[in-house]
Design a protein around this ligand. Structure first.
Ligand SMILES: [Mg+2]
Length: 238
């Protein structure tokens, strides 16, 4: 059994147009600025980091944002929810549901880590019906960095399963160089997908073990996930 940690945005779903419009409305309302999420290097970072970074990019005083982050995040969640499309299943990326189904049937422990807040991630997961596949999720509001989020996922997995996962028994699947860097620091197996803004060259240059254009080739992705089986330890008898 592997512990498979999936990123959400641009790996499993593409709600980027909804996030972009949310950011635009939020910044107009809060700061009277017509801001663009895609104007910053947003991929693989937490929602709160992106709000701070965007504010900085538009010359807004950082302390003004930090002091009101709770309210600003609440407003983001409210706007995002109001913009949720009527047909959310269409925003699931190709091959995702089939892959999650097959990995579930194979008995792997599947969890989610996302820079989104709990409210946003829960809304996306329940609207798309993907929530049934994940034992738990770790959110961007729970840890400072993506690496801390992954570490939290590994320790929670050990707690709930009683199995300790280490090295390449942990698999991280994501679209950003930050997912790949995080896997490298944990010495986990990394699988990059180019359904986000980072290219195959970007992901490979950070040390991705495998890169796929998307998750449609179910058998090949599963083969990659299961490619490392670890050292076999002889059983002590007698
Ligand atoms: Mg992502």
């Amino acid at each position: 059994m592997k512990l498979i940690i999936f990123d959400l945005d641009q790996t499993l779903v593409d709600f980027l147009p909804v996030h972009e419009e949310t950011v635009r409305r939020l910044f107009l309302k809060e700061f009277n600025i017509d801001a663009r999420l895609t104007g910053i290097d947003f991929s693989g970072r937490s929602l709160t980091d992106n709000i701070s970074e965007l504010a900085r990019a538009y010359g807004i005083d950082g302390s003004l944002v930090q002091g009101r982050m709770g309210d600003i995040l609440g407003e983001y969640e409210r706007i995002f929810s109001s913009l949720m499309p009527a047909d959310p299943a269409k925003y699931i990326l190709p091959g995702v549901r089939q892959l999650l189904q097959r990995l579930t049937e194979a008995g792997h422990l599947i969890v989610l880590y996302t820079g989104d807040s709990r409210a946003i991630a829960s809304e996306v997961l329940s609207a798309t019906g993907l929530d049934e596949y994940f034992r738990f999720a770790v959110y961007g509001t729970e840890a400072k960095t993506r690496l801390d989020m992954a570490r939290l996922a590994v320790s929670k997995a050990a707690e709930i399963s009683g199995d300790k996962f280490s090295g390449k028994e942990v698999v991280i699947v994501g679209d950003s160089v930050r997912d790949i860097e995080c896997a490298r620091q944990l010495q986990s197996l990394s699988i990059g997908v180019t359904t986000g803004v980072h290219t195959a060259v970007d992901l490979k240059s950070r040390g991705a073990d495998y890169v796929f254009k998307d998750l449609t080739e179910t058998a090949k992705v599963i083969q990659a996930i299961e490619s490392y089986r670890g050292e076999s330890v002889p059983l002590k008898t007698g």
